[in-house]
Design a protein around this ligand. Structure first.
Ligand SMILES: [Fe+2]
Length: 598
């Protein structure tokens, strides 16, 4: 029983204990959980924190990779363009514009500019951002702003607070009304030094530029510099080709003719074309007054220009003449030497001038100048080319001057010869001079080239030179000539041709002398030539000679009136005279170009 009881007691205990245990478990668990809840929360938080950090790091890395990728993409694009510089459709300005867009996009930047180094400063060549139009083309002095600093030192510049950076110049920001919050600028370096500066302003999202950005931009700038260097090389080759072509053309022109004015005009047209100038001119020193006088002017206002005189020492040309030194003035409005009267007279607006002296054996003879370069400014290369053209022109002027001197002394001899013949017969005094003047009027009316007209003039002046071989008794005989005397008289054209025949330089004027008594219908002398077989000079001088003979007093008759003489010319046009020559004479007479003595 006791066992039973014990058993049962034992049995009875078990479930209680179990129950107790069962009850105790949640308590114990509860007890165990409660004190453990405190240390577990920070662990979770730190776990969360490290997760967040990892995420942020990953995000930053992703951003960096993204930035690197867009930089690489930009670099690739720039390199593609670099490869294009060797192709024929290469245009540097277009390429630089494109580079700027690529860089701004890759760096997520609002504004930027690309400045190129030139004489006197840095030229804003490509500008992006608000009011960029105002800035484009401006010249930044070498010593101004961060860009000036970068160009001077060849070092990159990164500034998070430009206002506190002593290198920064607030002038441009103020002028544009656009503040710079952060700036990154890198030099564009070539073999010979800094070619330009690439500047970025205000990164999007307010985040300043980093050193990574600077490194990326520097690596990009190497490619851009390469393009600039290639372009400069290409440009200088092109310039050299242009220079040589131009000089060759000029020497061909200068050797082509001795009509000085035409020749100089051709050379200055060539200079304007080669140097891309709106106008060009040559001023020669006037021997008497010493002033500079426009000998040749090209461009729209050439007619007005030719009336202007510039005293030596005045104006840019005057300065060049006084100092015998070339002068390049990029902006005449800022140069007190500029001679404003020329612009006021011509209403031509001069912006820039390149003027060089013209000398012959160290003696100044004039000044050559080109005005208003159509694109950009005149360069030292341009100056060298103009100096070479001016030198060639000076030699041509010297040669032409020698020729003119020779011509003048020759003409003086011929004139005295003509006067000597006139003097043999007082009744024909001044005949040679008048026939020459009428011949000139006919030539002008016919629109004859200067060179040909010059030959006609000489022929006219000497047309009766052969009378030197006609006995004075025949020449001055007041009465009617005998057949024999008449035959002697008719020999004078051939005698004249014979006298001048040995002079090689006069071979061109002899036909006019020989044929001035031929007739259009073939009844003239000495050869009885017909129509156009008669040299033109002879046909023209024939008209001039006959008109003067009719309107001059003779021993055996008084002069005829102009009207009667003109009627005679008309009546004999087509028989004695060449109708074209008569027509030209009549037209010249109607214009008052033929003047007779009363
Ligand atoms: Fe004659």
């Amino acid at each position: 029983m006791a066992r039973e009881a014990g058993k049962s007691a034992g049995k009875a205990k078990l479930p209680r204990a179990k129950a107790a245990k069962a009850k105790a478990i949640p308590v114990a668990r509860a007890k165990a959980r409660k004190p453990a809840a405190q240390p577990q929360a920070p662990a979770a938080l730190s776990e969360l924190e490290s997760l967040r950090k990892a995420l942020a790091e990953r995000e930053a890395r992703l951003l960096m990779l993204e930035a690197q990728s867009s930089m690489l993409e930009a670099k690739l694009q720039v390199m593609r363009e670099v490869a294009r510089t060797s192709s024929s459709d290469f245009s540097l300005p277009e390429m630089l514009e494109l580079f700027m867009d690529v860089v701004l996009e890759a760096t997520r930047t609002d504004a930027g500019s690309l400045l190129l180094v030139e004489e006197g400063g840095l030229r804003f060549t490509v500008v992006r951002g608000p009011k960029s139009d105002k800035l484009k083309g401006q010249l930044l002095p070498h010593d101004e702003g961060i860009c000036g600093w970068v160009a001077r030192t060849g070092e990159p510049a990164l500034t998070e607070n430009p206002q506190r950076d002593s290198r920064h110049s607030p002038r441009i920001s103020r002028e544009l009304g656009y503040d710079a919050h952060n700036i990154l600028a890198v030099p564009l370096k070539g073999r010979a030094g800094v070619l330009g500066v690439l500047q970025l302003l205000n990164r999007q999202g307010g985040k300043p530029f980093s050193h990574d950005d600077m490194a990326s931009l520097e690596s990009l700038s190497v490619q851009i510099s390469m393009v600039l260097e290639n372009a400069r090389l290409f440009e200088s080759h092109q310039h050299e080709i242009k220079r040589l072509t131009s000089l060759t053309e000029a020497s061909q022109v200068l050797n082509s003719t001795l009509d000085l004015k035409r020749l100089l005009k051709l050379v200055m047209e060539l200079a304007a074309r080669t140097l891309d100038a709106e106008a060009s001119s040559i001023l020669l020193k006037d021997k008497k007054s010493g002033d500079l006088v426009f000998e040749v002017a090209t461009g729209e206002k050439q007619d007005v220009v030719s009336t202007i005189r510039v005293p030596v020492g005045e104006g840019i040309a005057g300065w060049v003449a006084l100092n015998s030194q070339s002068l390049l003035v990029p902006d005449v409005s800022r140069d007190p030497r500029f001679f404003k009267q020329a612009d006021e007279k011509t209403r031509f607006i001069t912006r820039d001038i390149l003027a060089v002296p013209m000398t012959v054996q160290g003696r100044l003879i004039g000044v050559a100048e080109v005005l208003n370069k159509r694109q950009g400014r005149f360069t030292l290369e341009d100056q060298k080319l103009l100096e070479a053209l001016a030198h060639q022109s000076s030699i041509a002027i010297q040669n032409a001057g020698l020729y003119a001197d020779l011509q003048e002394s020759f003409l003086a001899t011929v004139r005295s010869l003509a006067q000597a013949i006139d003097a043999k017969d007082s009744y024909t005094a001044g005949h040679a001079a008048r026939v020459t003047s009428y011949t000139e009027a006919i030539c002008r009316e016919m629109g004859m080239a200067a060179e040909l007209a010059g030959r006609m003039r000489l022929s006219a002046l000497m047309h009766d030179v052969g009378k030197i071989g006609v006995p004075e008794a025949v020449l001055c005989k007041p009465g009617r000539l005998t057949d024999e005397e008449f035959a002697a008289m008719r020999r004078h054209p051939a005698i004249g041709a014979g006298i001048l025949g040995p002079i090689e330089q006069l071979s061109d004027v002899i036909p006019g002398i020989r044929s001035h008594h031929e007739r259009w219908d073939g009844r003239g002398y000495p050869e009885g030539l017909v129509g156009e077989a008669i040299p033109e000079a002879g046909r023209i001088i024939g008209v001039a000679d006959s008109f003067d003979a009719m309107t001059s007093n003779r021993v055996y008759r008084p002069r005829l009136s102009d009207e009667v003489a003109i009627e005679e010319l008309k009546k004999n046009s087509g028989s004695q005279f060449d109708p074209r020559a008569v027509e030209a004479f009549l037209a010249a007479y109607a214009k008052g170009a033929v003047k007779t003595e009363p």
